[in-house]
Design a protein around this ligand. Structure first.
Ligand SMILES: *[C@@H]1O[C@H](CO)[C@@H](O)[C@H](O)[C@H]1NC(C)=O
Ligand SMILES: *[C@@H]1O[C@H](CO)[C@@H](O)[C@H](O)[C@H]1NC(C)=O
Ligand SMILES: *[C@@H]1O[C@H](CO)[C@@H](O)[C@H](O)[C@H]1NC(C)=O
Ligand SMILES: *[C@@H]1O[C@H](CO)[C@@H](O)[C@H](O)[C@H]1NC(C)=O
Ligand SMILES: *[C@@H]1O[C@H](CO)[C@@H](O)[C@H](O)[C@H]1NC(C)=O
Ligand SMILES: *[C@@H]1O[C@H](CO)[C@@H](O)[C@H](O)[C@H]1NC(C)=O
Length: 810
C-alpha cells in the first residue's frame, strides 16, 4: 500500500505541476496541486519555485516548521479540508511573500500567532475554536482584506482587536454557536459579512446585528426550529442605524409566520435589495387584510427563488397580493410552483417582474392590470398558451423586454395582437409556434428569439419589422434562409439546426446588412447552388458563426460528412454562362488558327494528301489478288505535247533517280507508226505495270478521247485504279470538260488524281505520294507484274512503301 501511494503521490506531483504566466511577465508563477491525494505529511520534495500550493482534501494533521521552508516564494497556500488541530504561524516564517492562506475546514483549536504582515486573505472558518481566534498579531496585518473566522463563542472583545482593520469581507463559518454577545458584529468594519449558521441557531439577533454591520449581508442556513418570534421580538427589531442595502438569505426553512416577520422586519430597514433562495415554507398561512405594514421602506427589489411549500392550502389571492402590493421596482418570484398571480387594481410602480419557472396559465391575463412602468416581464418556463392574450396584457405597459420562452404558446391567424410600441426585445423560443407567429409581432422589435419552434417558412405577406436587428430562428424546420425584404436592418441571423439544403440567392441579394450568420448544423447539399454560400464566408471572413466545423455536407452521399470549407466546386462547372463563353472562345481561337493555317500554309492540301496516304496504307493491308498480266515496262506515261517539258525534265528524271533501272514506255519512243493511236495506247497500257496520265487542259483537248473509251470498259473506277495513276498538272475546271467525256467528268468530280502543287515546297510530298502509288501497286501485283528488267524492291524500300500512305482513287 505504501509504495503504491508513493507512486500515486509522485505521479500527482509530476502531473499537477504546471506553469502559468502572472501579470508580471518576468515573474513566472508555478502551481503545485497536491489536492486529494490522501497525504498525511507535507511532501519534503516540493518544487522550490512553487508560488501556489494546493494541499486541500488530504489527511494532514499537523504542520511542522520545516514543511514550507523550501518554498520560500510561496504566495498562495491552500490547506482546507484536512485534519490539522494545532497551528504555529511560525511554520510560515520563511514564506515572507505569503498572501493567501486557507485553513478552513480543519480541526483547529489553537493557533500560536506570529506576524504575517503580507497576508491579504486568511480563512480560519469551519474550525473547532472555542473563541474567535483573533490576536494582537492579526490586528497588525494591515493589508488583510478577507478574514474567515469560526468559534463557538462570539464576544465584543474579540472583534475590538480588529475593529480598525478595513476589511472587504468577513466570513463567519460556524460549526457551533453557543454564545453570541449582542452588539459584537457591528464592531467590525467590513463591506460584506457572510454568516453560515449552525443548525438550530437563534438567527434573529445575528440578522439584526448583521444589518447594522455591513453594506452586504449574507446569511446561510436559517431555520426557525426555535420559535421565538414573539410580538416583543418583532417590536424590538425596529432599528435605526442599519447599514445593509443588500440582504441575501439562502437555505431557509421557516414557518410562514417567521418568514412574514422577516419580511416585515427587513421592510423597515435600509435594505433595498432582498433575495431569498432555496426556501421552504412550513406551518399554516394566516393572512388578514392588514397583516403587513407597507409603509416607510427603502426596499426596491425582492427576489424569491427556488421556493418549496410544505403546506397545501394557501389562501392564494392574499399571498399573491401580499407581494404585488409591495409595489417596488423589481419583483422576482421564480421556481416557486405558483399557479397564478394577482395585481392590485390600482397602478403600481413595478418595472421588472420575473415569474419564471412557475406554472402560470393564460388565467394570468384575465384580470385587468395597471402596470404602466413595467419594462421587463419574464414569464419563461410557464404554461401559457395564447400569444394574443399576452399582447393585450402588455398593451397597457411600457414593456421593453419580454421573455416568454419555454411555454406552450401558439398563435392563430385570426387573433389580433396589440403590442406596445416600446417593446424591443422578445424571447419566444421553445414554444409551439408555426409560421403564423409572424402575424403577431411588435412592429418595433429589435431582438427576436424564435428558436426551437416549428416554423417552416417566413411568410411573404407579413408586416415589416423595420427595426429588427437580431433574429434567431435556430432549431426550427425552415428549408431556406429568409430574405431581408421585411427586415431591412437585420444584422444578426441565427439559422442553426434547420433543414436548409441550399440557401436561395434571395438572401444574398436582400440581406447585405447581415454581419453575423449562424447556419451551422443544416443538412447542406453540396452542389453548385451552394457556391454563393461558401463564397460568402471567403469574402467576409468571420461572418459565419461556427465556421467551419458546424458546416457539413449531408448530400450528395459521396460528400456526406465533408466540411463545406473542403468542398471544391470549380467556377467553370457551375457557371453556365461562363462555360458557354469559354467554349465559344475556344472554338473561335481554334477556328482562327485553322483559317490562318489554310490561308498561309495551304492546310487543306496537306490534309487531303494525308488522307490519300491513309487510304493507301489501309489498302496495302488488305491487298487483293490481281489478274495475271505479262508486262514489258514498269511505266507507261501518256501526256500532251504541251506538257512534254515537265514530263521530260521533272517526272522522268525524278522517277529514274529513284530507281535507275525503271523502264518506261513513252509514246514518241515506243508507239508503232503503223497502228492507230488508240491501238498504240492500249498496247502500251497492257505492256506496262503502271500507266501515268498527265492531265492538263491541253491533254483533255488532244488526248483524252483515246482514253474515254478505255475507261468505259471499267464501270468501277476501283478496277483500274491499280494500274492507272492520274496526275493533274494544271487545274482543269469542270466546265472546260466537254460533255462527251462523262468518265473524265466523273474522275474530276471524284478528284481521283494526284495534283501537282504550284508551291515548290510541297513537291516533296507529291513525289512521295507518287512513288508510293507506283510501289504499292507494284507490291500488290508483284507476283504477277514482273517485267524482265524490273528489280525486286529492296527490303527497306518495301518497308517504307508500307509505312507510306497509299493513295489511289480519291
Ligand atoms: C487542484 O486540483 C483539484 C482537482 O484535483 C481541483 O479541484 C482544484 O481546483 C485544483 N486547485 C487549484 C488551486 O486549482
Ligand atoms: C505590530 O506592529 C508594530 C509596528 O509595525 C510593532 O511595533 C508591534 O510590536 C506589532 N505587534 C505585534 C503584536 O506583533
Ligand atoms: C471603515 O472602513 C472604511 C474604509 O474601508 C472607512 O472609510 C470607514 O471610516 C471605516 N469605518 C469605521 C467605523 O472605522
Ligand atoms: C431591477 O431590475 C433591473 C433589470 O434587471 C436592474 O437593472 C435593476 O438594477 C434592478 N433594480 C434593483 C434595485 O435591483
Ligand atoms: C389599461 O389601463 C386602463 C387605465 O389606464 C384601464 O382602464 C384598462 O382596464 C387597462 N386595460 C387592461 C387590458 O389592463
Ligand atoms: C431566450 O430564452 C432562452 C431560454 O429560455 C435563452 O437560452 C436564450 O438565450 C434567450 N434569448 C435571448 C435573446 O435572450
Amino acid at each position: 500500500m505504501r509504495p503504491l501511494r508513493s507512486i500515486h503521490v509522485l505521479c500527482g506531483i509530476v502531473m499537477s505541476v504546471h506553469v502559468w504566466a502572472s501579470e508580471l511577465p518576468e515573474e513566472r508563477e508555478l502551481m503545485t496541486n497536491l489536492s486529494n491525494l490522501f497525504l498525511r505529511k507535507v511532501p519534503a520534495d516540493l518544487t522550490p519555485t512553487t508560488t501556489m500550493l494546493d494541499l486541500s482534501y488530504n489527511l494532514l494533521s499537523e504542520l511542522q516548521s520545516p514543511d514550507f521552508r523550501s518554498v520560500s516564494r510561496l504566495k498562495v497556500l491552500i490547506l482546507c479540508h484536512n485534519h490539522i488541530q494545532e497551528l504555529d504561524i511560525k511554520t510560515f516564517e520563511f514564506n515572507k511573500e505569503l498572501k493567501y492562506l486557507d485553513l478552513s475546514y480543519n480541526m483547529l483549536k489553537t493557533v500560536t500567532w506570529h506576524s504575517l504582515a503580507g497576508l491579504r486573505h486568511l480563512d480560519l472558518s469551519f474550525n473547532d475554536f472555542g473563541t474567535m481566534p483573533i490576536s494582537e498579531e492579526i490586528s497588525n496585518m494591515s493589508r488583510l482584506e478577507v478574514l474567515g473566522l469560526s468559534g463557538a463563542e462570539i464576544q465584543k472583545s474579540d472583534f475590538q482587536k480588529i475593529a480598525h482593520l478595513h476589511l472587504t469581507t468577513v466570513f463567519l463559518g460556524l460549526r457551533t454557536l453557543s454564545h453570541y454577545e449582542e452588539g459584537s458584529l457591528p464592531i467590525l468594519n467590513t463591506t460584506k459579512l457572510h454568516i453560515v449558521l449552525p443548525a438550530n441557531t437563534d438567527f434573529w439577533v445575528l440578522l439584526r446585528d448583521g444589518i447594522k454591520t455591513s453594506k452586504i449581508l449574507e446569511m446561510t442556513n436559517i431555520d426557525g426550529k426555535s420559535q421565538f418570534a414573539s410580538y416583543e421580538t418583532q417590536k424590538s427589531l425596529t432599528l435605526e442605524n442599519s447599514k445593509t442595502s443588500t440582504l441575501l438569505l439562502s437555505n431557509v426553512d421557516l414557518l410562514w409566520d417567521d418568514l412574514l416577520f422577516i419580511f416585515q422586519f427587513v421592510w423597515h430597514t435600509s435594505v433595498e435589495y432582498f433575495q431569498i433562495e432555496h426556501v421552504t415554507f412550513g406551518g399554516m398561512v394566516y393572512l388578514n387584510r392588514n397583516s403587513f405594514d407597507y409603509s416607510n421602506t427603502a426596499m426596491r427589489a425582492i427576489k424569491l427563488e427556488h421556493v418549496h411549500f410544505r403546506f397545501f392550502h394557501i389562501p392564494q389571492d392574499s399571498v399573491y397580493l401580499l407581494f404585488t402590493k409591495m409595489d417596488i421596482e423589481n419583483l422576482t418570484l421564480s421556481d416557486a410552483q405558483m399557479p397564478h398571480m394577482l395585481f392590485p387594481t390600482y397602478p403600481t410602480r413595478f418595472q421588472y417582474l420575473n415569474f419564471a419557472d412557475n406554472i402560470l396559465t393564460d388565467e394570468l391575463f384575465k384580470n385587468p392590470t395597471q402596470l404602466p412602468h413595467l419594462k421587463t416581464l419574464i414569464l419563461k418556463g410557464n404554461k401559457l398558451e395564447t400569444l394574443s392574450l399576452v399582447s393585450s396584457f402588455a398593451k397597457n405597459t411600457s414593456l421593453q423586454f419580454l421573455d416568454l420562452s419555454q411555454n406552450l404558446l401558439q398563435h392563430e391567424n385570426k387573433e389580433n395582437c396589440f403590442w406596445p410600441e416600446t417593446l424591443i426585445t422578445m424571447n419566444l423560443s421553445s414554444n409551439k409556434f408555426v409560421d403564423s407567429v409572424f402575424g403577431c409581432l411588435p412592429t418595433r422589435v429589435q431582438i427576436l428569439d424564435l428558436s426551437n419552434n416549428q416554423i417552416q417558412t417566413v411568410p411573404k405577406e407579413i408586416i415589416h419589422l423595420e427595426s429588427l436587428q437580431e433574429l434567431n430562428l435556430a432549431f426550427n424546420v425552415l428549408t431556406d434562409l429568409p430574405g431581408c425584404s421585411h427586415f431591412k436592418r437585420l444584422s444578426v441571423l441565427n439559422m442553426e439546426m434547420n433543414l436548409i439544403l441550399s440557401p436561395s440567392p434571395d438572401f444574398f441579394q436582400s440581406c447585405p446588412g447581415v454581419k453575423t450568420l449562424n447556419a451551422g448544423g443544416n443538412p447542406f447539399r453540396c452542389t453548385c447552388e451552394l457556391r454563393d454560400f461558401i463564397q460568402l464566408e471567403q469574402y467576409s471572413k468571420g461572418m459565419m458563426v461556427g465556421w467551419s466545423d458546424s458546416y457539413i455536407c449531408e448530400y450528395p452521399l459521396n460528400l456526406k460528412g465533408t466540411r463545406l470549407k473542403d468542398v471544391h466546386l470549380p467556377e467553370l462547372s457551375c457557371n453556365t454562362a461562363l462555360l458557354i463563353v469559354t467554349i465559344v472562345a475556344a472554338m473561335l481561337v481554334l477556328g482562327t488558327a485553322v483559317a490562318f493555317c489554310c490561308r498561309y500554309f495551304d492546310l487543306l492540301w496537306y490534309v487531303r494528301m494525308l488522307g490519300q496516304w491513309t487510304q493507301m496504307w489501309h489498302r496495302v493491308r488488305k491487298t487483293t489478288r490481281q489478274l495475271k498480266r505479262n508486262a514489258q515496262f514498269h511505266l507507261f506515261i501518256s501526256y500532251s505535247e504541251h506538257d512534254s517539258a515537265w514530263v521530260k525534265y521533272e517526272l522522268i528524271p525524278t522517277l529514274e533517280k529513284e530507281d535507275g533501272s525503271v523502264s518506261i514506255c513513252l509514246p514518241e519512243r515506243n508507239f508503232d507508226p503503223g497502228k492507230t493511236v488508240t491501238e498504240n495506247i492500249l498496247n502500251c497500257i497492257e505492256k506496262s505495270c503502271k500507266s501515268i496520265l498527265v492531265l492538263s487542259p491541253s491533254f483533255v483537248q488532244s488526248e483524252w478521247c483515246h482514253y474515254e473509251l478505255y475507261f468505259a470498259h471499267y464501270p468501277l473506277l476501283d478496277e483500274i485504279s491499280h494500274h492507272i495513276i492520274l496526275i493533274l498538272l494544271e487545274p482543269v475546271p469542270l466546265y472546260c470538260v466537254p460533255t462527251r467525256y462523262p468518265r473524265l467528268k466523273a474522275l474530276m468530280e471524284k478528284k481521283a488524281y494526284l495534283e501537282w502543287p504550284k508551291d515548290r515546297r510541297k513537291c516533296g510530298l507529291f513525289w512521295a505520294n507518287l512513288r508510293a502509288n507506283i510501289h504499292v501497286s507494284s507490291l500488290e501485283t508483284r507476283d504477277t507484274c514482273e517485267p524482265h528488267t524490273f528489280t525486286e524492291l529492296k527490303e527497306e524500300s518495301r518497308g517504307s512503301a508500307l509505312s507510306l500512305i497509299r493513295t489511289d482513287y480519291i
